[in-house]
Structures are given as C-alpha cells and as structure tokens.
Design a protein around this ligand. Structure first.
Ligand SMILES: Cc1ncc(COP(=O)(O)O)c(C=O)c1O
Length: 402
C-alpha cells in the first residue's frame, strides 16, 4: 500500500489547527535567515559564549552523583520544591504562588488555556510579543490593542479599552520584545491603577527585567500592584535570558487559585518541567546570578552602543530608531509608506536579516517598522550588517520616491 498524501492528514486537522495554528509569512521568510553567510539581527537568541558551561557541567555531575533518583524521576507538577521556594523568597511571595513552567512560552499557553473563551477580548500592546499571539491564538481570542510608542502607552486609548472589560491585558513593560521600550514609573502606576479600577487582570511578561544597562530597575507591575494590597497581576519570568534558554525553565507568579488551575492544565500538557533541568538551574542560580548577569549586561550594552553608532553612520535621516536602556532589541521606524517586508527581501540578498514589524501587531499595522536584535552578533557583523542594511534602505527609498 502507498503511504497517505499530506491531504489525507490535513483534512483531519481540527478547525482550530487549520485556522488558528499557522506559520506566518514572516516565519517562512525567516527560514531564509538560516542560509550560510547571513548576518542575522533577527533571532532573539542570547549570546552563547555567555552560557555558564563549566558551572552547569559541575552541577550536572554533582546532581547525578548525589541525587540521581530525584533528578531522573517524575516530579511534582508545581516544580522542584527547592527551586520554587528559592524563587518565592526572591520575589517576596509564598511558594504556593509560584509555578515552574517549561519556558515562559508554556506559561503563556497555559494562561491562554485557562482564561480565554473563544471570542474573549484580550488587550495587547502594539507592537507586542509575537510568541504570545501564537500562544493565545488557538484559544480564539479577539484582540484589542493600544499603541506603544515614543511616549509610552497611549493612556486615553488604554483607559477606553480597559473600560470595555477585556478578559485580561498582556503587557511587556520592561525592554519589550520586540521594541526594547521601557515603560516609565508614572505609566506603570497608571496602568496598574486603571487595570485594578476596571477589574481587568494584567499579565506581565518580564523576560528581560534583569538586563538593564544603567541605574536601578523600575518596580514591576506585580510589585506596584501588591504594594496597593491588590493581587491583580500575574507575572511571568524566565531563566532563558539570564542563564540559558535550552534548559526551558521559567516561572509564573499568580494568586494561589490561579496557580492551582494552571497546575491542572499543565498536568495535561507535560506533567512537569524536567526535574534534572530544574535542579541544574537551582544549583547554579541559588547563590545568585550576579556575575553572570553582569557579563550579559556588559556585552549587550556594548552591542547596543555599536549598533546605535552604526545606524547613525549608515541610515538615511528619515529613518528613526530608539536607544533601549536594556534587553536585546532595538526598534526601527522606516518612513511612512515604506514596507519592512520589502526591505527584508532586499536585505536578504545582501545577506542581512532582521524581523519585519507586521507580525508583532495583533490587529495589523506597523508595516514600516522592524526589530533588530543586538545580543548575538559580533562587532564586525554589526558594523558590516548595518552598513549593508543602510544600503538596502537607500535603494528602496530611491524606488519609493522615484
Ligand atoms: C517577551 C517574551 N516572553 C516569553 C519568551 C519565551 O521565553 P522562554 O524561553 O522562557 O519560553 C520570550 C522569548 O524570546 C520573550 O521575548
């Protein structure tokens, strides 16, 4: 018998799989960035030379020697108790308010699973993290969006949206992926107060909180909310950007009743986050990740400066960009009417890649924007890549205005 065609399987996919779980055009385009010789500013990948390989190797050996049956056995869905307690202590919450997840990406999926009814409204920033839209989409939300720009969130639009009582708002106040923006203290306070007033839970995705380059970190939405005596904020964070994404260890902090529901949802997904990985993270992180994070900050800050200077040297004056105070991304705005997707096609011919802004917008828009990641490239790649990108912009500008 011959094997079945793809159509045999495809016609059996659920409506949800067909309509709500799809590869975007952008994802298809991004496959091109894996060609050899490409200078990539596209991936949101940590710099691999900063992974603490030796500390992880030593911890692996210790764990396998001293606690093999715990490391290699099934574990509690809530997470490895020592790690859970350590995170709870650091965050000033009770262990029962913490769930360890297999990457904050899984946290987003589980939150979508337990909160979103088909047709529910979910409020997001524009732009927002594309991976969150992918996590929420299968649960069939409708999106409301509020613009995040040079002056932060459009507060009037935000309040009007919150008044319509969406199911929750998903916010990235600290060095946002994709834009690198940092919401200032006044807007953080306003956001927390408005969300509480209209009884709209906030989901704060804080993957980049530790990666600030100067000064002191701002209080999180979670902290501001708890300081008011409220419990309206759910916070996600991860070891992916401070330690390594390969271990897939992250956490959700939420009221206990929410954690209990997320635990039930997680049982149906993967039973628990890998025990060995959680123990590794605990071993390496329990004494604090201070020096490790300092190295990451120093490298990313230097790369941010290099990229900023290269952009100033090579971009036409009509192109604008920000100078993020932390994180891994910089956001670039082309003149109105110019398409970053078209620019992508041109720049890939010059062997330079970035991510066009369109897929970071839940309700369309942002065609003239793009994300540049500065965490991974070398100094030479930044100089050379931005010079080539500048040429690609010049040539596209020539076409648009002629
Ligand atoms: C804002 C944001 N949230 C979540 C994630 C997923 O992180 P994790 O590796 O913990 O799943 C990322 C990864 O890039 C991110 O940028």
């Amino acid at each position: 018998m011959a094997p079945h065609s793809d159509a045999y399987w495809e016609e059996r996919f659920s409506g949800r799989a067909r309509q709500r779980i799809q590869s975007s055009t952008i994802r298809e385009l991004l496959k091109l960035t894996r060609q050899p010789g490409i200078i990539s500013f596209s991936g949101g990948l940590p710099a691999p030379e900063l992974f603490p390989v030796e500390a992880l190797a030593a911890a692996s050996e210790r764990i396998l020697r001293d606690k093999p049956s715990e490391a290699l056995q099934y574990g509690p869905t809530e997470g490895y108790p020592e790690l859970r307690e350590c995170i709870a202590a650091q965050q000033g919450v009770e262990p029962e308010e913490v769930l360890i997840v297999s990457g904050s990406q899984q946290g987003l999926d589980l939150l979508g699973k337990v909160f979103i009814h088909p047709g529910d409204q979910v409020l997001v920033e524009a732009p927002t993290y594309m991976g969150a839209l992918q996590a929420f989409n299968p649960y069939e939300p409708e999106y409301l969006s509020v613009q995040l720009g040079d002056t932060g969130l459009e507060m009037d639009v935000l309040e009007a949206a919150l008044q319509t009582r969406p199911k929750f708002m998903y916010a990235l106040p600290t060095f946002q992926n994709p834009s690198g923006w940092l919401l200032d203290l006044a807007q953080r306070q306003q956001l927390v107060e408005l969300a509480a007033r209209y009884e709209v839970p906030l989901i704060e995705d804080d993957a980049y909180a530790a990666l600030y380059f100067n000064g002191k970190p701002l209080p999180t939405l979670f902290e501001l909310d708890r300081a008011r005596g409220s419990n309206n904020v759910i916070r996600l964070s991860t070891f992916s950007k401070t330690l390594t994404p390969g271990l897939r260890v992250a956490w959700v902090i939420a009221p206990k009743v929410v954690i209990r529901k997320l635990v039930q949802a997680k049982q149906g997904t993967d039973l628990h986050t890998p025990s060995f990985n959680q123990m590794l993270v605990y071993e390496v992180a329990q004494g604090g990740l201070g020096p490790q994070i300092e190295r990451i900050r120093a490298k990313y800050q230097r790369n941010r400066d290099l990229m900023h200077a290269a952009l100033s040297a090579h971009m036409p004056v009509s192109v604008r960009w920000n100078r993020p105070e932390g994180g891994m991304f910089l956001w670039l705005r082309l003149p109105e009417g110019m398409s970053a997707t078209e620019l992508f096609k041109r720049s890939i011919e010059q062997k330079v890649a970035f991510v066009p802004g369109l897929p970071f917008h839940a309700n369309g828009g942002g065609e003239n924007t793009l994300r540049l990641s500065f965490s991974q490239p070398t100094e030479t790649q930044i100089q050379e890549g931005i010079a080539r990108l500048g040429q690609a912009v010049e040539s596209l500008l020539g076409m648009v205005s002629s």
